[in-house]
Design a protein around this ligand. Structure first.
Ligand code: SF4
Length: 421
């Protein structure tokens, strides 16, 4: 048995670097972290099936690669989705998309685009997790508890005493997420009551609007919103945190827009910045890589010969209806959302994935940070984290598999050219 202390976790985007991993001939066992995602997703068996499958039957990797290249190379409307891979995997997927004219999108891009829609319209002032931990003395959490999706956000980034705040005092106010879940227990006495109680109902856009009205001096003296507005203005550095993916409202971008405007209002009096959390399965890294390569964010298509971005048309859920071949990439977790498509599906996923409908082609791949090294972006977009390999189970990376598909496509194109000459 070997012990790997301080292993970096690549899953939700918080980048916890303190995971203890026990490794023996049976596989990987994480030491309990209090994080349900890490405790579940790091647990892997050493012996897993490494065969690819075609229509449910085991085939060699060479045959699987050849079939993937045939399906993708002859597709009229290919889609590359899921896109849950390390940065190298995403870059190789973008190369493939350019080559075959595919559309690219990440499984978790919804939360990202709820934020980007507002960033596009108004711009915004956002900060980093390090600023939150070290400089912020008042945290305003808006909406459902972000720890639902980012389990250790309070323990790692808010509960510690801020190094650069005189006296180390920090308070946390929750707005619209009441009643508070157990996940906030570690904040203890740092939690400050908003005074709104059950008044802080589920209409987050209205709630944020009321707080903005209070900041503008349009609420009465006894109104708890007036007190909260004064509290924000009296702080040294306010950070407003939200997880847009958890907003369960018909127009979630309206809430984000309200928050962006609220931050501007407070920033006129004291320092204030936002911290939108939306980083699981390297969605931030995928978006960055798409930007480097094309100048556009995710939800970009290459079927017009040049990259074209459309956040509605190229949403993967919309494109599934038209796609005759979908390459689904899910390297981080042996889980996937249910989806239906009339076309063929090629799946690159960990071998532990229990599929409900057998795809045309299943190619097992390793997980970054477990089977191979790789880079992923932290949820605040500013830090690329390098994860190492823990175990060799003979599983290729997404980049390696797509690299081989691209080679076969290039060879096929060369042979065709020669035959035509
Ligand atoms: S909070 Fe996120 S980064 Fe931290 S251990 Fe859990 S899944 Fe991993």
């Amino acid at each position: 048995m070997t012990f790997h202390p301080d292993t970096l976790c690549p899953f939700c985007g918080l980048g916890c670097g303190d995971i203890g991993i026990d490794l023996d001939e049976s596989g990987i066992t994480p030491r309990p972290t209090g994080c349900p995602q890490a405790d579940r997703l790091f647990r892997r068996s050493a012996a897993v099936p490494t065969d690819a499958r075609m229509d449910g039957n085991a085939v060699s990797m060479d045959d699987a690669i050849a079939e993937a290249a045939r399906l993708l190379g002859t597709s009229a409307a290919p889609l590359i989705a899921g896109l849950a891979a390390d940065v190298d995997g995403v870059l190789s997927a973008l190369s493939l998309a350019e080559r075959i004219g595919a559309t690219v999108d990440h499984e978790r891009s919804d939360a990202l685009f709820r934020n980007l829609a507002v960033l596009r319209r108004f711009g915004w002032s956002v900060t980093t997790l390090a600023e939150l931990r070290n400089r912020c003395d008042l945290v305003l959490v808006v909406g459902p508890d972000p720890a639902t999706a980012f389990p250790r956000v309070w323990e790692r980034w808010v509960a510690p005493e801020p190094a650069l705040v005189p006296g180390g005092a920090r308070s946390v106010v929750f707005l619209g997420g009441e009643p508070l879940p157990e996940t906030v227990q570690c904040l203890g006495s740092r939690i400050e009551a908003s005074g709104l109680g059950s008044d802080a109902g589920p209409d987050l856009a209205a709630l944020v609007g009321r707080l903005r009205a209070a900041l503008a001096g349009r609420t009465a003296d006894g109104d708890p919103m007036t007190a909260l507005a004064s509290r924000l203005c009296a702080a040294r550095y306010v950070v407003v945190i939200w997880a847009a993916g958890l907003f369960d409202n018909p127009q979630p971008d309206l809430i984000v827009e309200g928050l962006v405007r609220l931050i501007r209002n407070v920033d006129g009096t004291t320092r204030c910045a936002g911290l939108p959390l939306s980083g699981a399965d390297n969605v931030i890294g995928a978006n960055q890589a798409c930007g480097w390569r094309t100048g556009f964010p995710l939800r970009t298509g290459f079927n017009a010969g040049a990259p074209l971005h459309d956040p509605e048309r190229f949403d993967w859920r919309t494109r599934l209806c038209d796609a005759d071949v979908t390459l689904w990439i899910s390297a981080f977790r042996p889980e996937m959302p249910p989806f239906a498509t009339g076309g063929s599906v090629i799946m690159l996923a960990p071998p532990e994935l229990a599929v409900t409908t057998e795809p045309a082609l299943f190619i097992p791949v390793g997980t970054p940070g477990i089977d191979h090294a790789g880079d992923v972006f932290r949820a605040d977009s500013v830090v690329a984290l390098h994860t190492g390999a823990l175990i060799d189970r003979g599983l290729p990376s997404v980049a390696a598999v797509i690299g081989r598909i691209l080679s076969v496509l290039a060879e096929t194109a060369d042979s065709k050219e020669e035959a035509e000459c």
